[in-house]
Design a binder for this molecule. Structure first.
Ligand code: PRP
Ligand code: URA
Length: 213
């Protein structure tokens, strides 16, 4: 059973924790970091979609007719907060290839820690779809809360947030801003440092994924 604290579910699986340890290690290569993030996304996607509703549809196997389960309702939307969100997005799409995708371009101003928006493209009909917002890092939560505000302005009313690491400060801020949005994470780390980085964390996720600095 995954521990749930308030609206936060910590997805506590040995494979996730093992892979996360390798990702945290500063010696891990860019290729390794990217591959592990995609693999963890598979495992987390499994949990974050666990309660999706099913409906029965009639099909014909080569042997017989049957009613078989399929996911009910409108197609899911995965909303990736660029850039690092794309690492989780790729793994999510491996498992749910028909999902629609929103891209939300935000970067943190290093001085103010406020998000600066540079891109937004989402499916037009967000209402009544499950939207899973993905970003590996929830630090101050400024980026995630801004992204979710944008989605809500466009009609989104059923949102979940999936990250790899969260800081307690970010969880609190996020929950105050969006109490209706459950958070799924692999770990709640110790704290933020004075520059808004998660401690112990894994450093800058985007830089580690793409080899920038
Ligand atoms: C990182 C991360 C989040 C944000 C988290 O992105 O991927 O989007 O910081 O920090 P916050 O909770 O304090 O807002 P960054 O701004 O470094 O952009 P990048 O993904 O393009 O590297
Ligand atoms: N963004 C990151 O990529 N890492 C942090 O520790 C905080 C914000």
């Amino acid at each position: 059973m995954n521990p749930v604290r308030g609206n936060v579910t910590v997805i506590d699986h040995p494979l996730i924790q093992h892979k996360l340890t390798i990702m945290r290690n500063k010696e891990t290569s860019i290729a390794g970091f990217r591959r592990l993030l995609r693999e963890i996304a598979h495992l987390m996607c499994y949990e974050v979609t666990r309660d999706l509703e099913l409906e029965m549809i009639p099909i014909e196997t080569p042997m017989a007719q049957m009613d078989s389960p399929t996911i009910k309702g409108k197609k899911l939307v995965f909303a990736s907060i660029l850039r690092a969100g794309n690492g989780l997005l790729d793994g999510m799409l491996d498992l749910v290839p028909a999902a629609r995708v929103a891209h939300i371009g935000l970067y943190r101003d290093h001085e103010t820690l406020q998000p600066v928006e540079y891109y937004f493209k989402a499916p037009s009909n967000l209402e009544d779809r499950l939207i899973i917002v993905v970003d590996p890092m929830l630090a101050t939560a400024n980026s995630a809360t801004a992204a979710i505000e944008k989605l809500k302005e466009r009609g989104a009313n059923n949102i979940r947030f999936l990250c790899l690491l969260a800081a307690p400060e970010g969880v609190q801020r996020f929950t105050e801003a969006h109490p209706d949005v459950p958070i799924f994470t692999a770990s709640i780390d110790e704290k933020l440092n004075e520059k808004g980085y998660i401690i112990p964390g894994l450093g800058d996720a985007g830089d580690r994924m793409y080899g920038t600095k």
